[in-house]
Design a binder for this molecule. Structure first.
Ligand SMILES: NC(=O)C1=CN([C@@H]2O[C@H](COP(=O)(O)OP(=O)(O)OC[C@H]3O[C@@H](n4cnc5c(N)ncnc54)[C@H](OP(=O)(O)O)[C@@H]3O)[C@@H](O)[C@H]2O)C=CC1
Ligand SMILES: CC(C)(CO)C(=O)C(=O)O
Length: 306
């Protein structure tokens, strides 16, 4: 019996915080899902989901990229940006020609790199503002309710409504919205993060402290002005002046340690190459120097943070 596309399982590549969050939500909706991890030692894994006093556990089948018994038509990639391309390449032989793929990496650059290696598959990219973390492997705490804004990567497709597979994903109770301009959404997040994340890593401070110190605030604003000039040249719109957007996010998340500072504290690689690095690369193609972004990236590299 052939399975209708709606009954075919979802595969989640990357069993970190976002991967476990999505797997638990798919199971809760009674949708079939498999988690792809680097090395599978068991056939299934229990995921624990917690959001304040709501918690539940669910069992999810596990596979690794060595499997020969799976054909993937619905894939969600939830690795960090720097792992996304090699991770997708490691399971590319399992993807059907018409597979639908959702990329949820922060930053920009990894999505296009994957699309270049998979020209036939349908790719949607998303920007996530939920906050979650693992207390242990497969134990996810959903600490901040946010949104997922999702849309087709290819501007030719530019569908006003998601196709049926993407529609199934969009129905998860995670405040998911479909957009025809997902790159503009990702750009706005990149622009905001580029003025916050690297500086919090440099000064080892909470987001709110960036606005309290006048010298640091000037640096935030200088980064915003450089990014805004590039966005203007690329004709990418922002929903408000960048410094206004950044100030709002800094004040709303004043007590947070940015994801970049958390990576640095954990001794992990950061995603800054896909944030400030991406903006610098775009500017370089246009022959423009961005002294504040370049200084920030250089200074962080000198400190051993990449
Ligand atoms: N967590 C959050 O609250 C938010 C995260 N995001 C973004 O979502 C993305 C994922 O973040 P998050 O879930 O926190 O990251 P995590 O580091 O928690 O999870 C990533 C997972 O991918 C795994 N992985 C890496 N390479 C492979 C591979 N080749 N095959 C299988 N698995 C692999 C990692 O395994 P290992 O650790 O063994 O390398 C890890 O388990 C990032 O781009 C992040 O910026 C965006 C908004 C909020
Ligand atoms: C909005 C912000 C800066 C919140 O900390 C974030 O997205 C991050 O830390 O990556």
């Amino acid at each position: 019996m052939t399975q209708s596309p709606n009954n075919q399982p979802w595969y989640i590549l990357g069993a970190g915080a976002i991967g476990c969050l999505l797997a638990s939500q798919l199971v809760k909706q009674q949708l079939p899902v498999n988690l792809i991890i680097k090395r599978a030692h068991t056939l299934s894994q229990t995921i624990h989901y917690q959001q304040t006093d709501l918690h539940f556990s669910c069992n999810v089948p596990i596979v690794d990229h060595c499997t020969r018994h799976h054909t993937i038509t619905k894939l969600i990639v939830t690795t960090k940006a720097y792992d996304a391309l090699p991770a997708v390449q490691s399971i590319a032989h399992l993807l059907t020609a018409d597979a639908q793929i959702i990329l949820l990496q922060n930053g920009l650059g990894s999505q296009q790199a994957i699309a270049n290696t998979l020209p036939d598959q349908q790719i949607a990219v998303g920007s996530v503002t939920h906050g979650c973390f693992l207390t242990k492997p497969f134990q996810v705490v959903h600490a901040g309710l946010g949104q997922i804004i999702l849309g087709e990567l290819s501007p030719q497709l530019n569908n006003a409504k998601p196709s049926s597979q993407f529609q199934q994903f969009a129905q998860l109770p995670l405040d998911i919205h479909w957009t025809t301009t997902p790159l503009a959404t990702l750009w706005e997040k990149v622009a905001i993060n580029s003025a916050i994340n690297g500086l919090t890593a440099l000064y080892q401070c909470k987001n709110g402290e960036l606005w309290q110190n006048q010298g640091v605030r000037q640096r935030v604003i200088a980064l915003c002005l450089e990014t805004e000039a590039i966005l203007k040249k690329l004709q990418i719109p922002l929903s408000d002046q960048l410094a206004t957007l950044v100030k709002r996010v800094i004040l709303q998340t004043a007590d947070n340690y940015s994801s970049t500072l958390q990576d640095v504290k954990a001794g992990k690689a950061t995603e800054l190459s896909y944030i400030n690095g991406y903006i610098i690369d775009k500017a370089q193609i246009m022959g423009i120097d961005l002294p504040h972004h370049q200084w920030l990236v250089r200074t962080l590299k000198e400190k051993g943070y990449s």
